[in-house]
Design a protein around this ligand. Structure first.
Ligand SMILES: C[S@@+](CC[C@H](N)C(=O)[O-])C[C@H]1O[C@@H](n2cnc3c(N)ncnc32)[C@H](O)[C@@H]1O
Length: 335
């Protein structure tokens, strides 16, 4: 079957890389058919259970659809493709779209699809048996049948202000989830955040079934983080208070590391120079990470990316706008 992932476009490459990392984590074999900022189309033998599981993991995807076709925006071509690609299943239908183009009118496109797909069917916009999904870009139209929707409201509900322990240092949960996914962690494997703070990354890792380990130099962070993990009923966790330099006294090996290093502004470094702290962090993360394991690390600025390359090979980097005036850099390293 061909699958269409409708990407959130909140970043040029991170959403598609998140999907690819999840496919790898779930050991799904696939071939990429088409990819841009808006969509990822793959061919895979994956079953519906695994597709729903993927939708539960992902954060920067809106929908996963069974891919029907893609073509130019020309109504004639859309009509031809729709007629060639009929929908076998019986039942009521709805056509929903996302218009990602700068100037293409969606009405004519949807009407053209409706001419073919709503023939001899009941249209039910509220609770259809079949939902046709359309993504309109400047150059193309992608058409599929919805299989699963990513529940993006869950990430809003887990923002730090709604948790039992608050500190402004925590990343948005949807970004924390995407970082966890980039580590390609599998259910039951162990993930470490050695600068865990309030536990934003650990919550997202725990909710997808990873065993989580967190440490932080501040005892109050560890206490707050414990309350938060309990609140989200994450059972498989270990937390301890430690400077990054001492973590290998307590942990021997982990499958992945996902962490957000102090920026040296609002978050404390206990007076330590940021270069020195980052260098110590990479050295000690290297000691506890399994061979071939991935470390996904948030950095205060672009120049810090090379600090990790002393120990790891760099896989990918992402600049991500956290606020209007603040871009953070996230790097994926491999041991
Ligand atoms: C950017 S915050 C992490 C935020 C976290 N991701 C969250 O969701 O709250 C960085 C954390 O690093 C901790 N930290 C600072 N210096 C440290 C050190 N030398 N060893 C371990 N943790 C340290 C701080 O106490 C802070 O909680």
């Amino acid at each position: 079957m061909k699958l269409l992932f409708e990407l959130s476009k909140e970043h040029t490459t991170l959403p598609k890389d998140e999907v690819i990392s999840c496919l790898n984590a779930e050991e799904i074999i696939y071939t990429i058919i088409d990819v841009d900022e808006n969509v990822l189309v793959i061919e895979s033998d994956v079953n519906r259970y695994m597709i729903k599981k993927m939708a539960k993991r992902l954060s920067f995807t809106f929908y996963i659809d069974e891919f029907l076709f893609s073509c130019s925006n020309s109504p004639n071509e859309i009509k031809k493709c729709a007629e060639n690609m009929c929908i076998g299943r019986k039942g009521s239908i709805a056509i929903n779209y996302k218009n990602r183009s700068t100037n293409i009118n969606s009405q004519q496109i949807v009407e053209t699809l409706a001419e073919t797909y709503t023939k001899k069917r009941t249209v039910d916009l509220k609770n259809p048996d079949i939902e046709v999904r359309v993504v309109i870009t400047d150059t193309n139209v992608y058409v599929g049948l919805k299989i699963a929707e990513v529940d993006r409201t869950q990430f809003e509900k887990r923002k730090v202000q709604y948790r039992p322990f608050f500190s402004p240092i925590s990343l948005h949960p949807k970004l924390a989830r995407a970082l966890v996914n980039l580590s390609a962690i599998k259910e039951g494997e162990t993930i470490l955040d050695p600068f865990c703070g309030t536990g934003g990354i650990l919550i997202e890792a725990g909710l997808i079934g990873a065993r989580v380990i967190g440490s932080d130099i501040e005892e109050k962070m560890i206490e707050g983080c414990k309350k938060t993990l309990e609140f989200y009923q994450i059972k498989s966790y270990k937390l301890f208070c430690s400077d990054i330099g001492d973590i290998n006294n307590i942990i021997t090996s982990v499958d992945a590391v996902v962490t957000d290093l102090p920026y040296g502004k609002s978050t404390t470094t206990k007076g330590e120079n940021i270069q020195r702290l980052y260098s110590r962090a990479f050295k000690n993360i290297f000691k506890v990470l399994e061979k071939d394991g991935l470390a996904v690390v948030g950095l205060s600025n672009k120049e810090m990316i090379s600090a990790g390359e002393r120990y790891f090979s760099l896989v990918n980097t992402y600049g991500f706008k956290i606020h209007r005036s603040m871009t953070r850099y996230f790097a994926v390293y491999k041991k």
